[in-house]
Design a protein around this ligand. Structure first.
Ligand code: 16G
Ligand code: ZN
Length: 534
């Protein structure tokens, strides 16, 4: 009897002895060991769609900010969320099946356990970033999708958030919650129109330089710019590091991760003091801002800064449109958020802060519990999301004055400007531009809102990172025993000291973060804690 699932698995055998894990950002590793994983992900995507009654699910082939020789794949739920947790485990188990027969058996077994009717339709939307290995991996994925009898649409190159957008559009088409037109042009039209509305009559102060990490964000931003009409909006964008013809240049000496990790502008940067710059990562779901001050010193405006800027703007808008008693705003951060940012949100903006473990899905879930949830990781992943009842309140509110009406219009435009499906670097930087223009702020005024505590991040190589278990949103270690006690003792010796250690979800290492009153103390504390966990 023919067995297309086993045949597809046979065509793409796994390398011997490799163990795969569906981690915080899907499967991610060296591209040359991923063929078998992609085929199996094709099978899982088909199962997941069938489990959800044939709704569209997404598959994105990308390794984000990682080096050019890496690649990865992640699954996207119908509304654009990250894959449900129980299916991460299913995906991991599927990826680690070695023989073709075992793959086919596991496929049947998932169908049975999940009560999935394999004769029902499955719909999958696929896209990839610009890595050289992408085309080959796409082929492997398609073999899996075809073997499982899924209908699929391949969108070619997209940013990760564009793929999330497409998935949500397809699933909400012809419903009252229709998210947009599921085409690339639809994406540009939606976000550029919202940007113009949200800007109102305000004009940005000077141009913006966007570093695209030589990734897929480059060509996509160049496309978006055509819709933004600089003559209308006044936003002059210069795109740099948008070379996707040379895939080996991806994320090399440029991009959001380079800027955040090295705390410096890409070496190719030619901007002058006070010029606004931002950097995207390789799949354009992260953004950080920066500029040179008048002393030519590099100044970073990271995810924490974007969160505080956006939260304060929404706070103002909700108040000035007359909705303050109906809508509460909250900010979601991780342990990596600078202590000064947390303080600023709680004490100056007077908004509640929730702390979650690292990884977009945790922040997103916490933000879903709020009326307006602003969530950003310090590294620039994030967005703001609005609950259903908040959207309704904003939609139905009858303004009581012309000024309320005006602010309500801006608030409504901002909702459209924010990619509700997932954090989106393109939509995020447009939002930042809107806020700065409304506040008539340059980067210096933005920076002046609070002063970051000096901090240091270290990567510690350990023999087994899995023994490092945490609690309290990764801020405390529960294992190995006694280690947290030693860290606490060290921290106490430092002025404004705070430190934590956690196992990385993407690399074989433990990360140590420390902050303190001065740079020297932060470095010293980080080194001491690194010694403890070593
Ligand atoms: C992944 C996460 C990112 C997180 C990073 C932490 C997503 C889409 N990506 O890239 O949010 O900051 O992992 O890496 O969730 P680490 O565990 O190695 O520190
Ligand atoms: Zn990314």
């Amino acid at each position: 009897m023919s067995n297309p699932v086993a045949d597809a698995a046979r065509k793409h055998p796994p390398p011997e002895g490799h163990v795969y894990t569906y981690g915080t950002a899907g499967f991610r590793t060296k591209a040359d060991v991923l063929d078998s994983v992609l085929t199996r992900v094709g099978l899982i995507a088909a199962l997941r769609s069938r489990k959800l009654g044939g709704r569209y699910v997404g598959v994105m082939i990308t390794a984000s900010h990682n080096p050019p020789q890496d690649n990865g794949v992640k699954l996207v739920e119908p509304m654009g969320d990250m894959l449900e947790e129980s299916w991460e485990a299913i995906s991991t188990e599927m990826a680690n099946q070695t023989s073709p027969e075992a793959v086919s058996e596991y496929y049947q077994c998932v169908a049975e356990e999940q009560k999935i009717d394999l004769s029902k339709p499955a719909n999958v939307i696929v896209a990839r970033d610009t890595r050289a290995s992408g085309a080959r991996l796409l082929g492997c994925l398609v073999d899996g999708l075809k073997a499982a009898g899924a209908e699929y649409r391949d969108f070619g190159f997209l940013t990760t958030p564009q793929l999330h957008y497409m998935v949500r559009c397809f699933n909400t088409a012809d419903t009252p919650d229709a998210y947009g037109v599921p085409t690339e042009a639809g994406y540009y039209e939606k976000f550029s129109a919202a940007f113009k509305k949200a800007m109102g009559s305000n004009k940005p102060n000077g141009g913006l330089t966007v570093d695209c990490a030589n990734g897929v964000g480059g060509p996509k931003l160049n496309e978006l710019i055509k819709y933004l009409h600089v003559t209308e909006t006044g936003l002059e964008i210069s795109v740099v590091n948008d070379n996707v013809v040379k895939p080996e240049a991806l994320n090399v000496d440029c991009g959001a991760d380079y800027v955040k990790t090295n705390q410096r502008a890409p070496p190719t940067s030619k901007t002058g003091p006070g010029d606004r710059c931002c950097s995207l990562d390789g799949d354009a779901d992260r953004v950080v801002y920066y500029f040179k001050d008048d002393q030519n010193v590099f100044r970073l405006l990271d995810g924490d800064r974007i969160a505080t800027l956006v939260a304060s703007f929404f706070g103002d808008l909700v108040r000035t449109s007359g909705l303050a008693d109906q809508i509460k705003i909250g900010v979601v951060q991780t342990a990596y958020a600078n202590g000064a940012a947390t303080d600023y949100v709680e004490k100056n903006l007077r908004l509640p802060v929730t702390c979650t473990p690292t990884g977009v899905k945790y922040l997103h879930h916490a933000a879903q519990k709020l009326d307006i949830g602003v969530y950003f990781e310090a590294n620039g992943h994030g967005t703001a999301i609005f609950s259903h009842s908040t959207l309704n309140a904003i939609k139905n509110y009858k303004p009581k004055s012309p000024s309320e009406a005006e602010n309500l219009e801006i608030l409504r435009a901002c909702i459209d400007l924010i990619n509700q499906a997932v954090g989106d670097a393109l939509s995020d930087f447009l939002l930042v531009e809107v806020v700065l223009a409304h506040k008539r702020w340059g980067p210096q005024e933005w920076l002046a809102t609070y002063t970051d505590l000096p901090n240091r991040l270290l990567k510690v190589l350990v023999s087994d990172r899995t023994i490092f278990k945490t609690t309290d949103a990764e801020r405390k270690l529960t294992s190995p025993e006694g280690v947290q006690g030693q860290i606490d003792k060290e921290v106490q010796k430092f002025r404004q000291g705070r430190s934590f250690a956690r196992a990385s979800g993407t690399e074989d290492a433990v990360r140590v973060y420390a902050e303190a009153a001065t740079k020297a103390e932060a470095e010293d504390l980080a080194r001491k804690v690194a010694e403890i966990v070593k």
